[in-house]
Design a protein around this ligand. Structure first.
Ligand code: HEM
Length: 527
């Protein structure tokens, strides 16, 4: 034991003894080995080198979006019905079939744009990602709190994220860049209407809805499919959003409030609950609708496509270690089980490539072997090697010489099919075209009119504040979109901006905001 250690006796309880990762007991964790007590130090300090080099590598790349998050474990319990009807005619997915059937889940909530320790009060969609550890392997439902999205084509996603994230020069988020992109992407009008309203700042993670946003398919035993959208509705805890002024007050005192709220509620036994509800539509183009069912910028009107409950989720256990479980958790839209399928929603298909691609980079080749990501069921593959392989994915009794298929020497065998395949037929030109029924503004107008007066006032105030810092052509495009959504909506934003400009002129403030100052510095005055 070392002499300099204050007040602590060495541990003689073996399971509390500090060791290196090689299992060597550490008898001095205070002093590196030096020539005399004034140094120099020596290079063979194995314990020090193991400790410091591990520390140097403690961080993995943060998620390129949704970097700030909090997670919890829980249970999903099926109702055994979809609404009042049996489930089996719609999907053969086992987790939904029997009333009371329980499936363990892990959920990660998140904000989207800023980094891993950014304030949780920011105006941003919130991520709502659920991993179901089913008997048929994992199902990930990677959703947001809002039911729609900014764009419908995945080719636009990297540009959208660049415009929303901090400016590459100043490293500060700039609403002029945000609205520059949005004003040239009219399909974002509906999402912006939600985002700039109080729905853009949920009070915490417990009191918000969730939605899969994209259109998926359910497939029954005969291979017949219906289109499906998933939604999470908070139960006893209800829904709560913040006005901008309320968010400012929270943020002044606590920028981790949503993480703490979730953690403390679960520690106190006040377990949050959500009901999973689905909207179903027959598979097809539905020319009678004024939108395409595969367009993620659209809501499916609930009068025509009611929300049908299928089960309930309860979060009842906090992670034991943030990094191991929450940071390394890897969700993806490609992770479906038998009875669930993709639709042709283009955004969904782009997402499905992106998630596992980024996770191989962010977490590593063998990210699916980590306990948080591994299914809690039989896993046996012929994949092997790669950084950090923990063990081969070998089945019990499998011939260890055979890591290929087909084989007559005791290797893995293909599984028996659980039902008929769903085999949609395609007959169309390979092309680059947007959907026919873009209809970018109608639902934005419906949403504006559905808001109560506080929500409308807050939306207009937030838009005026954000657009004040934007050059005129951006403002004009946005006003034209809001006007096409609803004449009153456009008029109120336009009048608000006029009023804001007049007040600034009266108070002698010529530059509306950072964006204009920046344009001047860079030598291209905004008009
Ligand atoms: C995270 C891509 C659209 C919800 C991510 C990540 C990527 C990504 C690369 C980081 C994943 C990781 O590091 O583990 C995309 C692309 C999209 C898209 C390419 C469109 C083309 C959406 C939409 C939603 C969504 C529409 C909501 C329905 C989420 C959530 C996370 C996430 C919740 C965080 C998951 C977690 O907690 O680990 N996305 N995304 N994304 N995305 Fe998307």
């Amino acid at each position: 034991m070392n002499d300099n250690k204050q007040g602590a006796a060495g541990s003689d309880t073996p399971n509390q003894t500090l060791t290196t990762r090689q299992g060597h007991p550490v008898t001095d964790n205070q002093n590196i080995r030096t020539v005399g007590n004034r140094g120099p130090s020596t290079l063979e300090n194995y314990h020090f080198i193991e400790k410091i080099t591990h520390f140097d590598r403690e961080r993995i790349p943060e998620r390129v979006v949704h970097a700030r998050g909090a997670g919890a474990h829980g249970i999903f319990e099926a109702y055994g019905k979809v609404g009042d009807e049996p489930v089996a005619p719609y999907t053969r997915a086992k987790l939904f079939q029997e009333a009371g059937k329980q499936t363990p889940v892990f959920v990660r909530f998140s904000t989207v744009i800023h980094g891993a320790h950014s304030p949780e009060t920011l105006r941003d969609p919130r991520g709502f990602a659920v991993k179901f550890y089913t008997e048929d392997g994992n199902w990930d439902l990677v959703g947001n709190n809002l039911k729609i999205f900014f764009i419908r084509d995945p080719l636009k996603f990297p540009d959208m994220v660049h415009a929303f994230k901090p400016d590459p020069l100043t490293n500060v988020q700039d609403m002029e860049r945000f609205f520059d992109f949005v004003s040239l992407s009219p399909e974002a009008t509906h999402m912006v209407t939600f985002l700039l309203s109080p729905w853009g700042i949920p009070a915490n993670y417990r009191q918000m809805q969730g939605s899969g946003v994209n259109t998926y398919k359910w497939v029954n035993q005969n291979g017949e499919a219906v289109l499906v959208k998933y939604h999470w509705e908070p139960l006893k805890q209800g829904i709560k959003n913040l006005l901008q002024s309320e968010a400012n007050e929270v943020q002044a005192l606590n920028f981790n409030h949503a993480t703490l709220d979730l953690y403390q509620a679960i520690e106190a036994g006040d377990y949050p609950e959500w009901e999973l509800r689905v909207q179903l539509m027959t598979d097809g183009e539905h020319p009678e609708l004024d939108f395409d069912p595969l367009d993620p910028t659209k809501l499916w009107p609930p009068e025509q496509f009611p929300f049908l409950p299928v089960g309930k989720m309860t979060l009842n256990r906090n992670p034991e270690d943030y990094f191991t479980e929450v940071e390394q958790a890897s969700f993806g839209t490609g992770v479906l089980v038998d009875g669930l399928d993709f639709s042709d929603d283009k955004l969904l298909q782009g997402r499905t490539f992106s998630y596992s691609d980024t996770q191989r980079h962010r977490v590593g080749t063998n990210y699916l072997q980590l306990p948080i990501n591994a299914p809690k069921t039989h896993v046996a593959t012929n994949q092997s090697g790669g950084q950090m392989q923990f063990s081969p994915d070998r089945a019990e009794g499998q011939n260890p010489h055979v890591n290929y298929e087909p084989s007559s020497m005791g290797g893995l065998q293909e599984a028996v099919k659980q039902g008929s395949d769903h085999e949609p037929h395609y007959d169309a030109k390979l092309t680059r075209q947007k959907l026919d029924r873009a209809n970018d503004f109608k639902q934005a107008g419906d949403t504006f009119r559905a808001f109560d007066s506080t929500e409308q006032d807050e939306l207009i105030g937030n838009l005026v504040g954000a657009l004040s810092g934007c050059k005129n052509d951006i403002r004009e495009r946005m006003i034209s979109y809001f006007t096409q959504a609803d004449a009153d909506y456009g008029r109120r934003v336009s009048e608000g901006l006029l009023h804001a400009d007049q007040s600034r002129t009266l108070s002698g403030q010529s530059n509306p905001g950072l964006a204009v100052d920046k344009a001047k510095q860079l030598g291209h005055e905004s008009d």
